[in-house]
Design a protein around this ligand. Structure first.
Ligand code: MTE
Length: 328
């Protein structure tokens, strides 16, 4: 027992979170945040989350089709991560490079929220998030989120399949990629004043990946509207890829024939590449990807190819060269 624990600790302590790595280079520049009263902001954030009228839309019906055998709801052992862990241990670089960005993220105003659909589609359009919600059918799905930093969570998201809005946009046949961007508002998101980052956060997946049944747009979590720190009002969830692909607070969906660079490819292409498919056999240049630590319980699990979702997504990559199968 003790030996195993020790081994797990040794494994995990070798990992440098992206944030720490970036911090080493940028810590001097990132100082100078205005003094704020933590209590008042936390009270405001809590009140805003409680009073969010979008909460009335939830809970929604469960779709169990994508539950993994390992989840305890399927007779397995892996439990849902506690809500408090999912909503207080976050990566959201627009609001800071620590995991504790909840308070800073509470400043973002997410209603109204305009979303544009553009690029290779017949009719470009803009739509308010709440109007978009009237055009889709909401459901709850439990997915495992596996961060490239070797931690994981089991999360009950509410939202809708990404393919339902792809069909709405009707991309042209030469559209090969879906480019998604997060808002850019340095007044609210102070890290966006740090101009050595390639803001806004940008993610790209292929149209085939976007049309896959697993690709999901989350608008809620734990039977409530998505809180700001988790990407309110809408974020991508692609559970077979490392968490950094699951872009938060999306303002545009662009259909493109070309593949632009993502936020992380601009910063560290050798470490956070385009495909980012979870793969325990391909180590991160600075740590192993063979195991992941469950946030909350701190238990270690063996990481599986495509994060356990092969059944749904392996066919997407069957014709690729071996080198392309590398997660980056
Ligand atoms: N989206 C934006 N816009 N900004 C970010 O910093 N971080 C990514 C992803 N989406 C990020 C983002 C990373 S690295 C991870 S692991 C997940 O969000 C974390 O999602 P969570 O905070 O809901 O667990």
């Amino acid at each position: 027992m003790l030996i195993k624990k020790n081994k797990e600790w040794n494994f995990y302590k070798n990992i440098t979170p992206e944030a720490t790595f970036i911090n080493r280079r940028s810590i001097l520049k990132s100082m100078g945040f205005a003094a704020i009263s933590p209590n008042i902001i936390m009270q405001n954030a809590f009140a805003a989350a409680q009073n969010d009228p979008r909460n009335d839309l939830y809970p929604v019906k469960e779709n169990r089709e994508f539950n993994l055998e390992e989840f305890d709801i399927k007779g397995g052992v892996r439990k849902l991560t506690k809500e408090n862990s999912v909503t207080s241990y976050n990566n959201y670089y627009e609001f800071g490079t620590t995991k504790n960005i909840k308070r800073a993220a509470s400043k973002l105003i997410t209603s109204p929220w305009n979303i544009s659909f553009k690029g290779l589609i017949d009719n470009e359009f803009e739509i308010d998030f709440d109007d978009l919600l009237k055009k889709v059918s909401l459901e709850e799905r439990v997915y495992k989120l596996r961060c490239v930093e070797a931690w994981s969570m089991v999360v009950p998201w509410s939202g809708f399949p990404l393919k339902s809005i792809i069909k709405m946009a009707q991309p042209k046949s030469n559209a090969k990629y879906l480019v998604m961007k997060t808002f850019f508002d340095p007044d609210k998101a102070k890290s966006q004043r740090q101009d050595w980052y390639p803001w806004p956060y940008t993610e790209v997946i292929t149209i085939d990946e976007a049309m896959n049944d697993l690709a999901f747009i989350a608008t809620g979590v734990y039977g409530k509207a998505l809180p700001n720190q988790n990407g309110s009002p809408l974020r991508l969830v692609v559970p077979w890829k490392y968490g950094f692909k699951s872009i938060k607070s999306i303002v545009s969906f662009e259909f493109s024939a070309e593949r632009p660079k993502t936020f992380w490819e601009e910063i560290q292409p050798k470490e956070y590449g385009f495909w980012a498919n979870v793969n325990p056999k391909v180590k991160h240049p600075r740590w192993s990807q063979e195991q992941d630590k469950d946030i909350g319980s701190n238990r270690m699990y063996s990481t599986e190819i495509y994060n356990g979702y092969s059944k749904w997504v392996a066919s997407l990559y069957k014709d690729m060269n071996k080198s392309d199968l590398l997660y980056r």
